[in-house]
Design a protein around this ligand. Structure first.
Ligand code: MG
Length: 204
């Protein structure tokens, strides 16, 4: 199983970090050891400095996908939830400045926090009509809507599948809306999808 993450898929978030909106999807990987499952605590690694929350719609693949056309891509999705693409921001900025790969900043243990409620894809599911919110200690910190994605979930799956085969159980983090901020010890992070809490995580 692998975790594929999309970067810069909301214009407002790309801009808040000083990046241009991309012309085609930007993606990177996290290993399966990055997954933090419901009930597990987020542990801050002192080597990594400032860690930012990035709340994202996450879809899980149901089937193999290779060169899948856009109009068939959503048929290959099993379920969806919210996740946190935790990011060591200072480390990432340093790596970006040196044109080095991002893994140290993005692929560390526990950096892919998964929601506790996994919703099945049904005929009525519209992944581009999802309101996303993240609260930190009860305060709204990130708010977005999947209609504002630069590339739809179907386009993302189709694009990634032209480069690497997606397998059953693979997770696709679809990019974060604006409002990314640091987390700290004792924080309670709660993610809401269309008003329903689907993610709850505590920082040790
Ligand atoms: Mg992200």
């Amino acid at each position: 199983m692998k975790v594929i993450c999309i970067g810069r898929n909301y214009r407002a978030h790309a801009e808040e970090l000083g990046n241009a909106a991309p012309k085609e999807p930007v993606f990177f990987l996290k290993p399966n050891t990055a997954c933090l499952y419901p009930g597990q605590l987020i542990r801050l690694n002192p080597l990594l400095g400032t860690i930012h929350h990035e709340v994202e719609l996450v879809v899980m693949m149901d089937s193999y996908a290779k060169n899948v056309p856009v109009n068939m891509a959503l048929g290959l999705v099993a379920s969806f939830t919210l996740g946190l693409d935790l990011t060591a921001r200072d480390v990432q900025e340093e790596l970006k400045a040196k044109s080095l790969p991002w893994e140290k900043a993005k692929a560390f243990d526990g950096s892919a926090v998964l929601g506790e409620v996994e919703l099945p894809m049904t005929a009525g599911t519209d992944l581009q009509n999802m309101d996303i919110q993240l609260k930190r200690n009860g305060q709204l910190v990130q708010k977005g809507h999947t209609r504002d994605m630069l590339f739809t979930v179907a386009e993302l799956i189709a694009h990634v599948s032209r480069y690497m085969t997606l397998e059953p159980g693979d997770l696709l983090f679809t990019g974060t809306p604006a409002g990314v901020r640091p987390i700290t010890h004792g924080d309670l992070l709660e993610g809401y999808l269309n008003g329903n809490r689907v993610l709850r995580a505590v920082v040790e």
